[in-house]
Design a protein around this ligand. Structure first.
Ligand code: ARG
Length: 561
């Protein structure tokens, strides 16, 4: 496919002496009258000793290319207007040919990216707050896959820490194996809450818990087997959600995995002279960098969340030699990751710069709109099941074969879509009515557009082997849609660079809106056979792009709705 920006850069560079990177200067003009691309001339004024307006008008006169029907100066800018005849054929034939691969590039070839996301805590609820890390993390993973990187999805589960001593103590006192097997997390949570409240009266419980944690660290058989049981039962519950969302991890190495990998890192810190004793705890002082100290060891010698993250980062570098090491974790942990990355840097790791904390804001609930299993914790699984149930009611009287599957594709897709619709740093309120609506900027709307095109293609007997006369597509709406389609590969690149899946979501919504208005005003299945084929080819390209985009976001694209 023609890379218009590259063509513009070449064109200008061959007509002007400069070492400025023209490609990076290219902008999209605010309105169509100003063309498809604009290049500002401000940065040349000094060297050429001329006003930007003058430069624009002088240079634009020299520029000529078959790819553009018009190149003209507009104040200090040069505006470029794409040649419609060329773009139509170029883009549509490319999409028809590459089909499910349209949008993918190989810019990441041969490089590894580790992504730490979802990462819930064992024996603790997998709740609606985890939706964000899980869904955003998975989308970023898919984006990096589409860019040709080799991705490694890591579920850094919270499966370690002194609280497991409490849990073992509680289980031995009051636990019921069958109850835990049947309903693992709520049962374990009950035990955990009970022991914490009873320990307030009875200090000996804490001593016992400490003793159990110590045994766990030393590999005592009973302690390890109970911990393994809690862990496995919790993972079963997490996996039900991952299955619904169709998310897979390459590694489930949680915090416990690093229990024997911290010592070498602590030694390295010591050798570098970074450790300090402070009130019998061991810390790295970060005062100089305006941060509180990073706690490495408590006074009883036990390690912390941060210590395990230090070990994990080293392990990931050694094992995967990452190009980027991404953590998709809420904004509450900004300080933790700043400290972590700073300490990695102070240790002399040049790869500290390749570590990225991808933050996100909070999701909240308008009170009482979600059914919950227990108290005020909203389990993620319940959110997804509720969405499926609500969808079932909406599609109850449609004539469709597998309603269960469709309700799940729409219901889950709607939740994921809402999650990925805004800049991830924005807080949002979970809104059932909005997210399940078939109108507006929603998952069902996009899926419906896709399904509608699918049935149109069937009805029109479209076959993507037919030779198409692209020159028949001349309507301004058709050209606009095609120019939009052409941007898809760049949109994925931008979403990857910014770790912002919503750039893709918005691109797809805009595409659906353009297509639906075209569909309403144009007869696609016209009697003119050649014209019908060309319009169906355009429709096919739109459908393919929607589908590929949804797949990256982690949303299904049903053929029929
Ligand atoms: N388990 C943590 C939590 O629920 C998230 C872990 C994120 N990953 C990491 N490497 N620290 O808050």
């Amino acid at each position: 496919m023609i890379n218009y920006k590259e063509e513009i850069a070449k064109l200008i560079e061959s007509n002007m002496e400069t070492d400025t990177n023209i490609y990076n200067l290219i902008e999209t003009p605010p309105n169509k009258e100003m063309g498809d691309f604009a290049v500002p001339m401000f940065s040349f004024a000094k060297i050429l000793k001329k006003a930007p307006n003058m430069i624009a008008s002088d240079i634009s006169e020299k520029l000529e290319s078959e790819y553009f029907i018009k190149i003209e100066a507009n104040g200090p800018y040069i505006n470029f207007f794409i040649n419609p005849d060329i773009v139509v054929k170029d883009v549509l034939s490319e999409i028809l040919k590459s089909n499910e691969n349209y949008g993918k590039t190989d810019i990441g070839k041969g490089r590894n990216v580790t992504l730490d996301f979802s990462s819930p805590n064992i024996a603790k609820p997998f709740h609606i707050g985890h939706l964000r890390s899980t869904v955003i993390g998975n989308a970023i993973r898919n984006i990096y896959d589409a860019l040709g990187f080799n991705t490694i999805a890591i579920n850094h589960m919270g499966d370690y820490g002194t609280q497991f001593g409490m849990l073992i103590t509680a289980y031995k006192l009051w636990g019921d194996e069958n109850a835990v097997r049947e309903n693992p997390i709520p049962e374990l949570l009950k035990l955990y809450i009970r022991i914490n409240s009873e320990a307030e009266e009875d200090e000996s419980l804490r001593d016992e818990a400490r003793a159990w944690f110590k045994k766990l660290e030393e590999g005592d058989e009973e302690a390890v087997s109970l911990w393994t049981f809690f862990r496995e039962e919790s993972i079963k519950e997490f996996n039900r959600v991952y299955k619904m969302l169709d998310i897979e991890f390459d590694s489930y190495n949680g915090e416990a995995f690093y229990s024997d990998k911290m010592e070498p890192v602590i030694e390295k810190l010591d050798k570098k002279g970074l450790l300090k004793e402070d009130d019998s705890t061991t810390i790295v002082d970060l005062d100089e960098y305006d941060m509180p100290p990073m706690l490495i060891k408590k006074s009883d010698g036990s390690t912390l969340y941060a210590t395990r993250d230090l070990a994990a980062a080293h392990y990931r570098k050694d094992t995967y030699d990452f190009y980027k090491n991404i953590y998709v974790v809420g904004s509450q942990q900004i300080l933790h990751f700043r400290q972590l990355f700073k300490v990695l840097e102070l240790m002399g790791n040049d790869w500290a710069d390749d570590c990225v904390h991808v933050t996100f804001g909070m999701v909240s609930l308008p009170d009482g709109t979600l059914s919950t299993r227990k108290g005020n914790i909203v389990y993620l699984e319940d959110v997804l099941l509720t969405s499926i149930e609500k969808t079932k009611n909406i599609i109850a009287d449609r004539d469709i074969e597998d309603k269960e599957k469709l309700a799940s594709d729409i219901g889950i897709g709607a939740v994921v879509f809402q999650e990925l619709f805004n800049d991830r740093n924005k807080d949002y309120v979970f809104d059932w009515d909005k997210l399940l609506s078939f109108e507006g900027e929603t998952g069902p709307y996009v899926q419906y557009t896709h399904a509608r095109i699918s049935s149109l293609l069937k009805k029109g007997d479209f076959n993507n082997e037919t030779s198409i006369d692209y020159s028949l597509l001349k309507e301004p709406e058709e050209i606009e849609i095609i120019k939009h389609l052409a941007k898809f590969p760049e949109v994925i690149i931008e979403a990857g660079e910014k770790y912002q899946p919503f750039i893709i979501t918005r691109f797809i919504v805009a595409l659906c809106q353009m297509y639906n208005s075209y569909y309403a005003s144009t007869s696609i299945l016209t009697d003119d056979k050649k014209l019908k084929e060309a319009r169906l080819a355009l429709s096919f390209a739109v459908k393919t792009t929607i589908k590929n985009g949804l797949e990256i976001l982690g949303i299904k694209a049903p053929e029929k709705m």
